[in-house]
Design a protein around this ligand. Structure first.
Ligand code: SF4
Length: 364
């Protein structure tokens, strides 16, 4: 059983096992270097690689390193760390349970480290909400929605699903993805928490290391990545209108231009992005962009908030994430943060290159 808990430390039973095993977490962090080292590795690898690193052979070390890793994450307390850490733990759990579910060897029945679908559904109180069908599963819509809201891709949106009697049909792979979200939610739940001083004092070195790793990654740099697919719906719509050559009222043009400037685009790049049709007003764009960026005015302007966008009628096509954020920049930041690094191809490294070359050639 200990091995199962070490593989899946987020299970309720694993939490109980920790309570039995570690009578006093303060003593563990003070005296058990192997546990602390594995905890540090869990968090550092989560930040750097989106995984939790190589599990230790000793189940006790592996199991106890999980609550200690949560302590470390809480000591730093940054939202971006909580999100990255929970995502990495959930990704590791997903890999493991997918392998367990696919493991059809005869030995399986005696392998206590394997987790089966039924156990995982029971763990998250999902047995009533998830029913097997001939070609997959049906998930009650009330269960589906919160688990699908952070999933990538339009196919997860309810409007693109065929609802049957209040249930959403999903494939087996999709059900696994929803379970990964359930795991992520549980791991994120309650983080960060207040760490007693006596525990924090023993983990200062490890916490400093995690802080350094976070600082080196310079997570704020990511917001400077230009990935139009991840733009908030309002900005996508405005950019679309500009590229179609439609005339936008001043407040709309201001909003999209300020947004693009705020995510780090230069005036030339914004001009390039707008320059898709012949009616494009380059001079006006240059003037307005320089002004917003503060190059020709005393102020650098910020992107309007969702409330302002709404009052001007510029808030359109709201999606689930929109319900949880107050600002288009927060929307974009969260989308960028959630995306796999592979999906983060900067527009400027793709389509923008030709235009850049043209511009340099023309001496612009
Ligand atoms: S809620 Fe905010 S981010 Fe979403 S579409 Fe409206 S203005 Fe844009």
């Amino acid at each position: 059983m200990q091995r199962l808990h070490a593989r899946y430390p987020f299970l309720e039973a694993a939490r109980d096992a920790v309570a039995t095993e570690a009578v006093d977490l303060a003593t563990v962090v003070e005296q058990d270097g192997a546990v602390v080292d594995r905890a540090r590795e869990r968090v550092v690898t989560a930040v750097e690689d989106g995984e939790t690193g190589e599990p230790r052979r000793e189940p006790r070390v592996e199991l106890l390193s999980y609550p200690v890793a949560r302590v470390l994450v809480s000591m730093i307390g940054e939202r971006v760390l909580v999100r990255r850490y929970a995502r990495a733990e959930a990704a590791t759990a997903y890999e493991r349970f997918a392998a367990d579910f696919d493991d059809t060897t005869e030995l399986k029945s005696v392998q206590s480290t394997d987790l089966d679908l039924e156990t995982l559904l029971t763990e998250f109180d999902l047995t009533d909400a998830v029913q097997a069908t001939a070609d997959g599963y049906r998930v009650g819509v009330g269960t589906y929605l919160p688990l699908a809201e952070d999933q990538w891709g339009d196919e997860w949106r309810l409007v693109n699903r065929s609802l049957t009697d209040g249930d959403v049909p999903v494939t087996e792979d999709e059900l696994r993805s929803l379970l990964r979200e359930a795991v992520r939610g549980r791991i994120e739940d309650g983080l960060p928490f207040d760490v007693p001083d006596v525990i924090a004092a023993s983990l200062e070195d490890e916490a400093d290391e995690v802080r350094e790793v976070l600082a080196e990654l310079d997570l704020t740099r990511e917001i400077d990545t230009v990935v139009p697919d991840l733009f908030p719906p309002c900005m996508k719509a405005l950019l679309d209108d500009i590229q179609k050559g439609e005339h936008l009222p001043h407040h709309s043009r201001f909003a999209i231009t300020a947004f693009l400037a705020n995510i780090g685009m230069s005036t030339d790049e914004i001009v390039d992005l707008y320059r898709v049709n012949s009616t494009f007003g380059e001079d006006m764009t240059r003037y307005q962009t320089d002004h917003i960026r503060g190059d020709t005015s005393p102020t650098e302007y910020s992107t309007p908030s969702c409330a302002t966008m709404q009052s001007y009628g510029d808030c359109v096509n709201k999606d689930d994430l929109c319900e949880r954020i107050p600002h288009p920049m927060a929307y974009y930041e969260e989308r960028i943060d959630d995306a796999d690094d592979d999906d983060l191809e900067d527009w400027r490294e793709g389509e923008g290159e030709g235009d850049d070359a043209e511009q340099s050639a023309s001496g612009d």
